[in-house]
Design a protein around this ligand. Structure first.
Ligand code: PHE
Ligand code: CO
Length: 288
């Protein structure tokens, strides 16, 4: 197999960005996007926060192929000052935070193979673009992502990345929110996964617990299976408010406390929905 140009690090700049090289996508790669896109749009209706699908439309993300980042950025940058930049894969923490703090979202530009539609070792461009970019068009969520980046640069110097990463995981990747019409998905790891889209809202197994900052920062997470616990926010404004305090004293305080296993429920939890915790059905490994 030749090297996938969309994972090639040859032309990589100091900030890890590369060109998306949109013209180099094959018809087969566009077709993988189309399949995933159409399936998710169908599944997410009435399951995702309504603004998410509005913004998928607003970004002119089409069902027929991988978006050209230049076209996405024309719209996104005008709306909230964010741009999507292409990277070949995962980037170092400090680089990732530096991009977010400057309203740049680093996105992979390779796409999974047709035989990997439900099986993914690491985030690809469908996860990064379809899952993450729509909410960058929401003014409040767009600010949250930038503040997270700034907080990351700070936490990096305080040995607190583990805590902060959990916040990202349980909000940006796997967050649920309340809406007048019931529980809805907003996390990109859920919104880009057909299996977890249904599981997160409808399966009896996971716990659904009201978001509490310190509880989240103490909680382990699983990277190789659906989540055992989801944290539910009342809305993006409330999430902003809950995270605006200086985390430095919080990190110090949490150092005295034990971690909480990902499937556990604690005394202080406001549980919306107790999971049965009995989800052991055989299935493929699936990540964000
Ligand atoms: N308030 C956090 C701090 O002082 C920064 C932050 C904001 C982190 C929003 C995440 C999300 O570190
Ligand atoms: Co992600």
């Amino acid at each position: 197999m030749p090297v996938d140009i969309h994972r090639d690090t040859t032309g990589q700049r100091a900030d890890y960005t590369i060109d998306q090289n949109w013209d180099a996508y094959t018809a087969e790669e566009h077709a993988v996007w189309a399949t995933l896109f159409q399936r998710q749009v169908r599944l997410l209706k009435d399951r995702v926060v309504p603004v998410f699908l509005d913004h998928v439309d607003g970004l002119a993300m089409a069902g027929d192929g991988i978006p050209d980042f230049r076209r996405l950025n024309d719209i996104l940058h005008k709306a909230t000052g964010w741009t999507v930049v292409a990277v070949p894969g995962l980037v170092p923490d400090a680089t990732f935070f530096e991009h977010l703090a400057n309203r740049r979202f680093p996105s992979t530009c390779f796409i999974r193979k047709p035989e990997e539609l439900d099986y993914l070792e690491e985030p690809d461009t469908f996860h990064d673009v379809f899952g993450h970019v729509p909410l960058l068009l929401d003014p409040v969520f767009a600010d949250y992502m930038q503040e997270y980046g700034k907080g990351g640069l700070k936490a990096d110097g305080q040995g607190a990345l583990k805590r902060l990463a959990r916040l990202y995981w349980y909000t940006v990747e796997f967050g649920l929110t309340r809406t007048p019409d019931g529980l809805r998905i907003y996390g990109a790891g859920i919104a880009s996964s057909a299996g977890e889209t249904v599981f997160a809202l409808e399966d009896r197994s996971p716990n659904r617990v009201a978001f509490d900052l310190e509880r989240v920062m103490r909680t382990d997470y699983r990277i190789d299976d659906y989540q055992e616990t989801y944290f539910v926010i009342p809305g993006f404004r409330s999430l902003m408010k809950a995270t605006e305090a200086d985390f430095t004293p919080i990190y110090a305080r949490l150092d005295e406390l034990a971690d909480i296993p990902s499937g556990a429920v604690t005394d202080g939890d406001h549980v919306l929905n107790f999971g049965t915790g009995k989800y052991h059905r055989e299935r493929q490994r699936q990540t964000a």
